[in-house]
Write a protein that binds this ligand. Structure first.
Ligand SMILES: CC(C)(COP(=O)(O)OP(=O)(O)OC[C@H]1O[C@@H](n2cnc3c(N)ncnc32)[C@H](O)[C@@H]1OP(=O)(O)O)[C@@H](O)C(=O)NCCC(=O)NCCS
Length: 165
């Protein structure tokens, strides 16, 4: 593929948002917007506790919430969850930056292995080093989460990434 053709096919989303959307810790002022963002992305919200929100990251364009990522810290393992980017900002690299920022945060919390469930974004996470795992191999702490036991459809893929070997 020639450089010009590649540029024409890849610039639109990034060109609409040339400034990198800042990623910051969750703030309670985003409570309603976060609920809407996750619902629009078909992700569960009913099991999110105030303690979990201490491990959520958000991204804003101006005052608007356009991205989020969450983490359940369960000792040395963690559940990456609530990774969502508003349609307006998809394809700009924001999803990837949110996951990378959350991995860094998880490491700081002492998490060595990060698990997640997804129905629609297996390839997205595979591109970031996550690999599929049979559900039966889930550590007890992960198997006990609401996401794992009843909120995510049984068809959802189960993935893991080692953060600290
Ligand atoms: C998955 C999601 C967060 C990706 O956000 P995004 O900002 O569009 O992703 P990026 O722009 O960082 O994309 C990074 C790469 O992943 C690819 N990608 C993005 N979404 C993808 C998807 N759903 N499936 C496969 N690949 C995907 C992009 O093409 C890009 O590839 P490249 O690096 O080769 O160019 C977004 O599509 C979303 O909110 N989906 C709905 C919620 C969801 O399924 N969350 C995951 C479970 S928690």
């Amino acid at each position: 593929m020639g450089t010009a053709q590649f540029a024409a096919e890849t610039t639109p989303a990034a060109a609409r948002h040339p400034v990198k959307t800042p990623i910051t810790a969750y703030d309670a002022r985003d409570e309603i917007a976060l609920g809407i963002l996750l619902q629009m992305a078909n992700l569960p919200t009913e099991d999110i506790t105030p303690e979990m929100l201490e491990h959520f990251l958000t991204a804003h364009a101006g005052n608007a919430l356009v991205g989020a990522a969450g983490l359940e810290v369960l000792g040395e393992v963690g559940l990456l969850r609530s990774v969502a980017v508003d349609e307006s900002h998809r394809g700009t690299g924001l999803g990837k930056r949110l996951v990378a920022a959350m991995e860094e945060h998880a490491r700081e919390q002492g998490v060595r292995e990060l698990y997640l469930l997804t129905t629609d974004a297996v390839d997205f996470f595979a591109g970031m080093g996550y690999r599929k795992l049979p559900r039966e191999q889930a550590p007890a702490a992960i198997a006990g989460t609401a996401q794992f036991s009843n909120l995510c459809p049984s068809s959802a893929a189960f993935l893991v990434k080692t953060l600290v070997a």
